[in-house]
Structure formats: C-alpha cells, structure tokens
Design a protein around this ligand. Sequence first.
Ligand code: GLN
Length: 304
Amino acid sequence: MDFKEILNEIAEETKELEGKGKVANYIPALAQVSGNQFGMALLAADGELFEWGDSQTNFSMQSISKVLTLTIAFREIGSEVWERVGREPSGNPFNSLIQLEKERGIPRNPFINAGALVISDILCSRFPNPKEVLLDFVQKRAQNTNIQYDKIVAQSEKEHGYLNSALVNYMKSFGNITNNPEEVLDLYFNQCSLSMNCVDLVKTFSFITHRGFDSNNKERILSRSRSKRLNALMLTCGMYDESGDFAFRVGMPGKSGVGGGIAATIPGKLTMAVWSPELNSFGNSLRGIKAMELFTTKTGMSIF
Ligand code: GLN
C-alpha cells in the first residue's frame, strides 16, 4: 500500500476544511495557536514511518494524555481502577458535571475529565512525584527527551480551570478523591500540557497497536488482555460524545485532545496521529477526523 501517496491525497482532500473549525479558546494559551496547521504521521508494523506537513511541530497533547495516565494506573492497581471509575461512554461533553450527581461521584469512564481526574488522584497516591513518572514514561515510549510539560499552557489552564476544579471538589465530596484537590489538578493540568508532535505520538502509542508491547524499548507495558481493554475504551469513549460517530465513520480506536491532536490505532497493523488545531463542536479536530475517515476508506483498513 502506498501510504505516502495516500497521505498526500488526504491532505489535498481535507484542505477545504481549513477555517471551518475553531481553535480551543477556553484555555487562553491554546487560543494563540494558529489554526491552519496540519500534520500527519503513520507508523507501520514493520517500523516504517510516514509523515506529512506539520508532523514535527509540537502541540498540546491535552486529553490524549488520558490514555497514558490510565495505562500507568492500570499497571499500578490493575482492575481496582474500576472501583473508582466506570467504562461506559458518557454521551455527554468531556467536561460535563451532570452525571456525577446521579452516579454518586463515579465518572462514566477514564477519558472524560472527571474520570481522568480520578486517575490523576490514583497516580498522586501511588507516587511521590507523579509528574516525573509520567514524563519519564512518555519520553521513553517516544524515545525523545525533548518532550516536556508546557508550563505556560499548564498555568493558563490552572488560572481558568473552574470547571475542572468543580469536578474534582464534587467528587471529593463523595469520597472518590483522596488527595488534596490542588495536587490532583496540578498533575492533570500538567499532563494536558505535554507538548509533542505527531511523530512522537505514533511512537508513544505504538505499544497499544502491538498488544501492550513497546518494541522500540523491548518492554512489555501492558498484558495483551489489558491492551485489548484499552483499545475497547478508546473505541467507545475516546471522542467523548462523538465516539459513536467516530467508530461509524473511521473505525479505529482513537483518542483526541482539544489541542487538535488525535492518536489512533489499527491493532497489529499501524499507529496513526493527526493534528489540526481547529475543532468541531464536540472539541475534536475537524480536519483530523476527516483525515482519519479518508484514511480508513482509502485503505479499507478499519478494525471492522
Ligand atoms: N485540559 C482540557 C480540559 O480539561 C482537556 C480537554 C480535552 O482535551 N478534551 O478541559
């Protein structure tokens, strides 16, 4: 399959979407990013890497980081995670508070903000310095020590993070947050601020494609069973209340972030990342989703 040519075609065919979405502006530091950037990277099973456009321009990982923190929590406490967070799609926006009252402080899944905050709480309990643990984990998977937290983005989100602060405090009132809310938020805002590019992303996510095994470092990260489960969660919950539509149109387990990145996988076959900062109304990259839809259509390679 000529992936290079396919990426060229996708770039051409999605160009018309430029200017049709909106860069996230509720985090002021993200509003500065120029909207017309577009990058793609693809890592095939044989290790061959294909890139297009702004594939090496760093952007804010935002919610894509939720897959990595869940991975670390999974390694630490295994299925005990499910005592604190569910594994059902929420059908609500990523930052919604509404289900938490009825469901007594147990978030629907680890990929909405409330769920990721519980995972952050778990990491705060397990490690004296969870930010260091996460950064090491990401740098190692991507084999890139230049990956860092973006202090400006983290600070900007902290200053405007009233909703995330409400979520964490609300869950604490139900006993589902054990640490100081400030500490939990600090890890959460920092994880979201991780600054990396599409090439870093495909390398970081390739252990998910290879059933839990990081072939770059020859290290097992998750068991096959847990890796399958992570894929299932990405498929059903990775795009918030657009997860069903993403499965319908694209057919890959994936995870998006409001920085405009999406990482996705076809298990056993390839890892793909796209970045285009303009978002649709669900907070997912408008051009990024279309690019992935075209990719699976042109290659016939969805998981189904
Ligand atoms: N940092 C963002 C927030 O908490 C992450 C959201 C996202 O990427 N969907 O609102």
